[in-house]
Design a protein around this ligand. Structure first.
Ligand code: GDP
Ligand code: GDP
Length: 448
């Protein structure tokens, strides 16, 4: 478990900008193109040796059709974020000054009794500091003036975030602890989809190695077991394994909790009910898993309830509903007949392996040069994007960065084309792949 800090505040104060700024430092390549940015809401960061998780509540609203007012939405998100975090980074806009909504958010945050750091953002230089922060002292929180955009006080902020993370007393698991857990799996899905039945069907009691009850919250119980000489761990299974159906059906579905578990895991299994199909809640979870580039498998469970002559129609239906996630493997399971279950662990292993693919820049550029020459990017506004070179900036998930003259000239369709080629070339079928374009000036001694 990692200490979790949540960025809270009304819209437009700069939460997302801060989120990116804080985490970016450790990522080799930034995702700074509008439209290309993947708006993550949960990500792990590190400063010096301190590891933590950061939540951006700005991105939590996805279902605008829900019947509640805009401000109510902010509080819904805030509630979830506060529940799931140990520290609150409350963000306000130093140029606009204190607004009634800021006061409401503050009052709400104060109730949680969690440590709060007030970030007065958009203080774009030291000379603005005194004027911008003065009226916020009334809120009674410790204040740090920053500028996400201009970098003012960001070094201080990083240090402060690391200090706050340490003060939570939560000690992240060491590399050795993690290695001992083998392949980490998270089970997500709506209540009653069959998650606990599936864990129980897969974990043979006689093979359980550790039932780690050290975590104090009911969500943080990991179960480690061995199967065919390989080690696996189901993360956060407390609620999943032993539970009362009454509380569970009332339990609010928490996106954040789901994302936390899936981040902890190597591979996530999203369990859906064959009879109910992809519901709105499933869709919401699916969107998040895709957006966060989570490696996952969809298990359509309870197929024993589907007459065999209806299976084909059922599969077609799921294939249609899952078209937004073409790379995601789908299996059909029953925890009662055990159909499909034998394939789950090997599939997870395969997916994990794909996620760790490493290519070399030389190899990449050789193969992609031909691809781009054969099918050039379409002309946009009478200009055509020029490709200089590309590199794999990251694995887990494999992330490819194309350096181009002007990234705004790349259309989504061309991006998809490149992604598909990369997938084919490196045999990445099931893992998420990120493709990023960066505008750059041509280098004098061009890399080949
Ligand atoms: P959020 O809704 O709170 O996540 O806010 P965003 O991060 O989307 O930022 C809202 C707007 O404020 C964007 O147009 C940002 O470019 C701008 N912004 C963010 N940080 C700063 C800053 O430090 N200074 C200035 N001048 N603008 C900023
Ligand atoms: P969870 O809330 O996702 O953990 O779901 P449970 O594992 O508690 O299962 C909810 C209900 O569905 C229970 O009554 C299970 O017995 C039933 N169930 C789970 N898997 C299957 C399955 O494959 N087939 C059928 N017919 N019922 C199942």
């Amino acid at each position: 478990m990692l200490p979790t800090l949540a960025l809270l505040g009304r819209p437009n104060v700069g939460k997302s900008t801060l989120f990116n700024r804080l985490l970016r430092k450790n990522r080799a390549i930034t995702h700074d193109m509008p439209g290309v940015t993947r708006d993550r809401i949960y990500e792990e960061g590190r400063f010096n040796d301190v590891r933590y998780a950061l939540v951006d509540t700005g991105g939590l609203v996805v279902d605008s059709s829900e019947e509640s007012g805009f401000e109510e939405h902010i509080f819904d998100q805030a509630r979830e974020a506060v529940e799931e975090s140990q520290v609150i980074l409350l963000v306000v806009d130093g140029r606009e000054g204190l607004t009634p909504l800021d006061e409401q958010v503050s009052a709400f945050v104060r109730q949680s009794n969690k440590p709060v750091l007030l970030l007065v953002n958009k203080v774009d230089g030291e000379e603005l500091e005194a004027a911008a922060t003065s009226e916020f002292h009334a809120l009674g929180f410790e204040i740090l003036p920053v500028s996400a955009e201009h970098g003012y006080n960001l070094a201080e902020l990083r240090q402060k975030v690391a200090d706050l993370a340490q003060e939570t007393g939560i000690v992240p698991e060491s590399e050795e602890d993690l290695a001992a857990k083998g392949l980490m799996l998270a089970m997500l899905g709506r209540p009653n989809a069959g998650k606990s039945s599936m864990v129980n069907a897969l974990v043979r009691e006689d093979r359980v190695i550790v039932s780690d009850l050290a975590g104090t919250t009911r969500d943080c119980v990991d179960v480690t077991f061995e199967e065919k000489g390989e080690r696996y761990t189901f993360v956060d299974t407390a609620g999943v394994r032993r539970k009362s159906h009454i509380t569970d059906s009332l339990e609010r579905f928490s996106v954040l909790r789901a994302l936390k578990s899936s981040k902890k895991a190597d591979v996530t299994v999203m369990v859906v009910d064959a009879i109910h199909g992809i519901t709105r809640q499933d869709k919401r979870l699916l969107d998040f898993l895709l957006k966060e580039s989570t490696p996952f498998i969809v298990a359509v469970n309870k197929v024993d309830l589907v007459p065999s002559d209806e299976m084909k129609a059922l599969k077609d239906g799921f294939a249609r509903a899952l078209r937004i996630a073409p790379h995601v493997p789908v299996i059909y399971t029953s925890t009662i007949t055990k159909a499909g279950l034998g394939g789950l662990l090997p599939l997870a292993r395969k997916l994990k392996k794909e996620c760790s693919i490493r290519t070399t820049t030389g190899q990449l550029n050789r193969v992609m040069k031909t691809v781009i020459e054969r099918q050039q990017p379409p002309v946009v506004k009478r200009r055509r994007a020029k490709f200089y070179y590309l590199t794999q900036s990251d694995d887990e998930p494999p992330t490819f960065v194309f350096f181009v003259n002007d990234a705004t000239l790349i259309k989504d369709s061309y991006k998809r084309f490149l992604e598909n080629r990369l997938r084919k070339m490196f045999n990445i079928k099931m893992a998420p792949v990120e493709v990023v374009f960066r505008s750059t000036h041509k280098k004098k001694n061009k890399k080949k």
